[in-house]
Ligand binder design. Structure first.
Ligand SMILES: [Zn+2]
Length: 445
């Protein structure tokens, strides 16, 4: 195809922009000036809480980075697809495999799969699955390396400029390498499984793939706290007897059984504070950052615990798995429809050609942008539910107001972001809304 050359230049330019963009953000001087800014919030005469200058600066630096990534990432994928890069990578992998495994077949790579043993029952040659796996591996590795300077700047450099990161450079790279290994193996397995299914059941694959997707998501939610979190943090049970007694009292009032509260040593990486709830069935747990235990009063910590219990009470994690499963299932049928109509146009051998992966990922990314306002809207709704639960269970609106005010200082959060930003990006209501909610609840009692 003639237009390949044009896309090759486009791909190269995008890659250069991604590699050099840290220089652009550096040249704004926002990060370098951050240390001199105050992290303290202030109040208008009418009592309205205002974000700190440091939080404003952080947002002015990180929002363009976020938008840049959202814009350039799918373009990069499309450019890789339409420049012929994806097909070239697949052909290259086939060639190496043939070359290594049977010298006499060199030069006729497409015949090789017939000589290779097949996966029993599935009737797909092992070699084909290996090629898919290595395609995903190399492709993801290249993307991660391309984004490495950008991610290092965004997370490490900016994190230190704003006093949020406590990691050494070595520690940061250690975490990066661990995440990379985990993502490469999970992505490799997921896509090999999906493309294997497409080859095995060309017509009906979305049905079993949807079942596998739901099971896989559920299993990952259960395994993550046991297998993955301990790779990044030291996890220990909450030992503080006084806090444990408070949790039992809270749980008693809500008629719940809350027996698993864990603490992670987040202070080894960040000065920020957080807590979350995860799991379902018999494996539910609340996880607290040690920064929360270190810097907050028992009343404030109780409010956080009560909020996480709200997620537990309403089964938000289980519901989100169901939601992801339903959306994903529809998405798989849409993917089948799309691939059947586009594979010839994309220059692929068939719908199940792994060389179409960048196109699939680009479409998936663009669709997920359209879904963002719905997704974050549902999340904000769930967070409001958990806040209401926390107020009702703890009866401590004043502690909740102070908690959110301290969050604004410690996490450098914007108190009252613009409406469009909330609509698209905010998984939680803004701190201003959460404070108003607590004050309103107090007034109504
Ligand atoms: Zn929450």
């Amino acid at each position: 195809m003639k237009h390949h050359r044009r896309y090759r230049w486009f791909l190269l330019s995008l890659a250069l922009i991604i590699l050099l963009s840290p220089l652009l953000y550096w040249s704004t001087g926002i990060g370098q000036a951050a240390a001199g800014l105050s992290a303290e919030t202030s109040r208008l005469p009418d009592g309205t809480l205002l974000s700190s200058p440091k939080a404003e600066a952080l947002r002015n630096l990180s929002l363009p980075m976020r938008l840049q990534r959202m814009l350039i990432y799918p373009l990069l994928l499309l450019a890789f697809q339409f420049s012929g890069g994806a097909v070239a990578l697949r052909s290259w992998l086939e060639h190496i495999k043939t070359h290594r495994n049977s010298g006499e077949l060199k030069g006729t790579p497409f015949l090789s799969s017939h000589k290779f043993p097949q996966v029993p029952f599935l009737k797909i040659p092992w070699l084909d699955l290996l090629i898919i796996f290595f395609f995903v591996l190399l492709f993801n590795l290249a993307l991660s390396l391309l984004y490495l300077p950008f991610n290092f700047y965004r997370s490490f450099t900016v994190g230190h400029q704003f006093g949020l990161s406590t990691l050494t450079a070595l520690g940061w790279f250690g975490d990066w390498a661990k995440s990379l290994l985990i993502n490469l193996s999970l992505d490799g397995l997921t896509w090999t499984g999906l493309y294997g299914l497409m080859r095995w059941l060309p017509r009906r694959w979305p049905l079993p793939a949807g079942v596998v997707l739901v099971l896989f998501t559920g299993v990952m939610v259960l395994l993550e706290p046991v297998l993955i979190t301990p790779l990044f943090y030291q996890v220990r049970p909450l030992e503080d007897a006084q806090l444990r007694a408070r949790i039992l009292a809270l749980a008693d009032r809500a008629h719940m059984q809350v027996d698993s509260v864990e603490v992670i040593d987040a202070s080894s990486k960040t000065t920020q504070v957080n807590a979350y709830f995860t799991g379902f069935g018999g494996a539910q747990r609340i996880v607290l950052y040690d920064t929360l235990l270190r810097d907050y009063t028992p009343d404030q910590i109780e409010v956080v615990l009560a909020h996480e219990m709200g997620h537990w009470y309403y089964q938000h994690v289980l519901l989100s798995i169901v939601g992801i499963g339903a959306a994903g299932w529809l998405g798989l049928f849409a993917l089948q429809w799309l691939l059947h109509r586009t594979w010839r146009w994309l220059g692929l051998r068939g719908p199940a050609d792994i060389a179409g992966l960048p196109f699939v990922l680009a479409v998936f990314t663009l669709v997920s942008y359209l879904a963002l306002p719905f997704e974050t809207g549902i999340s904000r709704f769930a967070e409001r539910q958990a806040d209401h639960f926390a107020l009702a269970a703890s009866q401590k609106p004043q502690a909740m107001v102070e908690l959110f005010e301290q969050f604004a200082v410690q996490n450098l959060s914007l108190v009252d972001p613009p409406a469009w930003e909330k609509l698209i990006f905010y998984t939680h209501p803004s701190l201003a809304e959460r404070i108003r909610m607590a004050e309103g609840w107090e007034a109504s009692q």
